[in-house]
Ligand binder design. Structure first.
Ligand code: MTE
Length: 342
């Protein structure tokens, strides 16, 4: 039963949806998305102010996070002219980070992050590379020219935000890793610290640590970004401190948070959600309004600009980044199709 309560609705099998627990979760899910009559402002039954979180979520930037290069200059090639930037408080108080899940509202991650002390942090480079390396993250960040990019962010659960990220292109990091020509994929493994991450201790049915992977051509695309900050400051813990991937054309779950290892492989690696729910979550997971999730539509999304404000907007193929990445996916359905796992 505990397992069911702690699982996000989007990994529940459809067969479970008729049980009372699942019904309750479904209602919470619908409320959280603002799809029901109760909107985002009423999520959890109260406003941000009455939950005492007006400053709380923004206080979760590690005190010893490096700030060299902040705030970074904005790269004007990455803008989202048709939408406003999501309020910072919303982006840092409505999260998916299952390493922290506990009883209650799964999106309410920030109150659970205090024991997590990301720094010092090392990043390991392994697999099909000229040589294995282990970098100190602070040194790495200092050596990278930081920039800010404003990007659309689309979760598979059909909500979205617009976020200004600070970081550097993933391609730059990959070049430093010196992958061999045999490297066809790159796998990212996330933090494993059960003593600091309550979800890793409690939610034992997950295959910890979180892991994700990309094809090399996807990883080298200029849109693929390593974020070390957002809204002009280092990442708050709940947003993936000290570093995460931002892949704006893919569903949010393809962007691993708190990455500790990069590994280059010859064969396609597994991924966290695909291993858990292979009939619902595939390897590519590009944002595509033409491919419904087996349990809900992906044709539109609930855009969350600020607390208490939300609107339904149409989802764009590749989340509006067709020009950047469309050529990578000649088989991506361009007209409405049935639910397929890609
Ligand atoms: N990375 C790790 N390590 N653990 C996670 O649970 N959740 C993913 C992704 N990266 C996740 C993760 C999912 S499902 C989403 S939608 C995004 O992070 C959420 O990022 P946000 O909380 O900053 O919006």
């Amino acid at each position: 039963m505990a397992n069911v309560i702690l699982r996000p609705d989007w990994v529940l099998p459809e067969s479970a949806c008729t049980t009372k627990v699942a019904y309750t979760n479904r209602r919470k899910f619908i409320q959280a998305l603002g799809l029901g009559s109760i909107g985002f402002a009423a999520m959890g039954g109260c406003s941000a102010e009455s939950r005492g979180m007006v400053d709380g979520p923004l206080d979760k930037i590690p005190k010893n996070a490096p700030r060299d290069g902040f705030p970074a200059p904005r790269n004007e090639s990455y803008q989202v002219p048709e939408r406003e930037i999501t309020e910072r408080l919303v982006a840092s108080s409505y999260n998916n980070f299952y390493e922290f899940i506990n009883q209650g509202d799964l999106k309410n991650v920030w109150p659970l992050v205090d024991d997590y002390k990301p720094f010092p942090w090392t990043l390991e480079v392994r697999g099909q590379v000229a040589k294995r390396q282990t970098w100190d993250l602070e040194e790495l960040i200092k050596s990278m020219p930081l920039e800010e990019r404003v990007c659309r962010f689309r979760c598979v659960e059909a909500w979205s935000m617009t976020i200004p990220w600070t970081g550097f292109p993933l391609a730059k990091l990959i070049e430093r890793c010196e992958p061999k020509s045999s490297a066809s994929y790159v796998k990212f493994t996330c933090v494993s610290r059960p003593d600091q991450l309550p979800g890793q201790k409690r939610a034992t049915w997950y295959p910890w640590p979180y892991f994700e992977a990309l094809r090399m051509d996807e990883a080298m695309n200029e849109l693929a970004f390593v974020a070390v900050g957002m809204y002009g400051e280092p990442l708050p813990k709940q947003n993936g401190s000290p570093l995460r991937l931002v892949l704006p054309w893919k569903y949010g779950y393809k962007g691993p948070k708190a990455v500790t290892r990069i590994e280059f492989t010859r064969r396609q690696p597994g991924t966290f959600w695909n291993e858990l729910q292979p009939r619902e979550y595939g390897f590519l997971s590009n944002v595509n309004p033409n491919i419904p999730h087996p349990r809900w539509t992906q044709a539109s999304e609930k855009f969350l600009p600020s607390e208490g404000v939300e609107r339904r907007i149409r989802t764009q193929i590749f989340n509006g980044y067709d020009e950047w990445v469309g050529h990578l996916y000649p088989d991506e359905p361009r007209t409405p199709s049935g639910p397929i796992v890609r």
